[in-house]
Design a protein around this ligand. Structure first.
Ligand code: DGY
Length: 321
């Protein structure tokens, strides 16, 4: 008899086929609508494994309902939506999808950095709204990228990929990380500094660290006040790493110059949220890894993790300690 698996969003056809070959599937058959919590709680009690998204909170309540649950396969590299400690205590494997999204997320991070510094969204709106009167010297002027200093908080795979792009743009490179990375320092000429020095010296502060208890509110008003008045904050990691109320204060009071944000504490961010009307903010709907190629690879890897785990082999990307 086939094992049962819950998939919390409609996968591409070839993934559906692959999963169907291995398992009896329970599927939340929507592409753009989240599985209702009640439905998740009901279905989880029936299955051996779940392939879920970062939109699902796999907490104690869900895990307790999953009496026969053996594996939680997350379609993301981040897994802050899952209580890994509790899952581990119940002997449940948790897997993620690192590697395949590194370059795509670094591309988006850099695109956001460029868009924010050169005011691309605002400039495009000005043109479309018929507000472009004439070429004028200081019209829509932004901040230089070439020659500027970038400070990367969290020099993991994505951080390193962003650093490579920054090097190509002739930037000076700083980083702050839990551990020092001598090989990357050698390869990229990137310098390890304290968080305080990074904030003080950087023109662009890029948040690329995982979201954990330790990194929650890593950037508050204190850190924002340490940054240059002309500096830009970029966050493509997780919203909760930056205190959003403090960021609104910093932007409206001119404590920093701008922010490029792909992630928010609450997603979707309410449209009347003050961050969306604060000056010099480019806001995106969590699209860091959103290319057709990468999202397809993420599905493939999440499916592979699930299959390996339920067929008794070690899945390629196990996150339990
Ligand atoms: C992740 O994988 O954690 C991203 O936020 C979505 O790709």
């Amino acid at each position: 008899m086939k094992q049962k698996v819950l998939v919390t969003r409609k996968p591409p056809e070839h993934i559906l086929q692959l999963l169907n070959d291995h398992f009896e599937l329970m599927l939340w058959d929507c592409e753009e609508e989240q599985i209702p919590r009640e439905f998740l709680l009901e279905q989880i009690s029936e299955v051996d494994g779940v392939l879920c998204l970062l939109t699902e909170h796999i907490d104690e309540e869900v895990i307790n309902k999953g009496k026969g649950l053996k594996v939680i396969s997350n379609l993301a590299v981040g897994y802050n939506n899952i209580d890994v400690e509790y899952a581990s205590s119940k002997g449940i494997m948790v897997t993620n999808t690192p590697g395949v999204l590194t370059e795509t997320t670094a591309d988006l991070t850099f695109a956001l950095l460029m868009a924010t510094s050169r005011r691309l969204v605002e400039a495009s709106d000005v043109l479309r709204e018929g507000k472009w009167k004439t070429w004028s010297p200081m019209f829509l002027t932004g901040m230089d990228v070439y020659g500027a200093t970038i400070g990367i908080i969290g020099l993991g795979e994505i951080g390193a990929a962003v650093a490579r792009r920054a090097k190509g743009f002739g930037m000076e490179l700083l980083y702050y990380n839990r551990t020092q990375k001598p090989a990357l320092e050698q390869e990229l000429g990137i310098h390890y500094v304290s968080k305080e020095e990074l904030l003080r010296r950087s023109d662009f502060v890029c948040v690329l660290t995982p979201y954990t208890k330790e990194t929650e509110n890593l950037i508050t008003l204190k850190e924002l006040k340490t940054m240059k008045k002309t500096a830009i904050l970029i966050n493509t990691a997780r919203g909760g790493i930056v205190n959003e109320a403090d960021l609104v204060t910093a932007l409206t009071e001119g404590i920093i110059w701008g922010a490029g944000l792909d992630v928010f504490a609450e997603e979707p961010i309410p449209v009347d949220h003050p961050l969306l009307t604060a000056p010099n903010v480019v806001a995106l709907p969590h699209i860091g890894s959103a290319s057709v190629q990468t999202r397809t690879k993420m599905w493939e890897l999440a499916a592979r993790n699930l299959i390996e785990a339920l067929e008794g082999r070690t899945p390629p990307h196990l996150v339990n300690k």
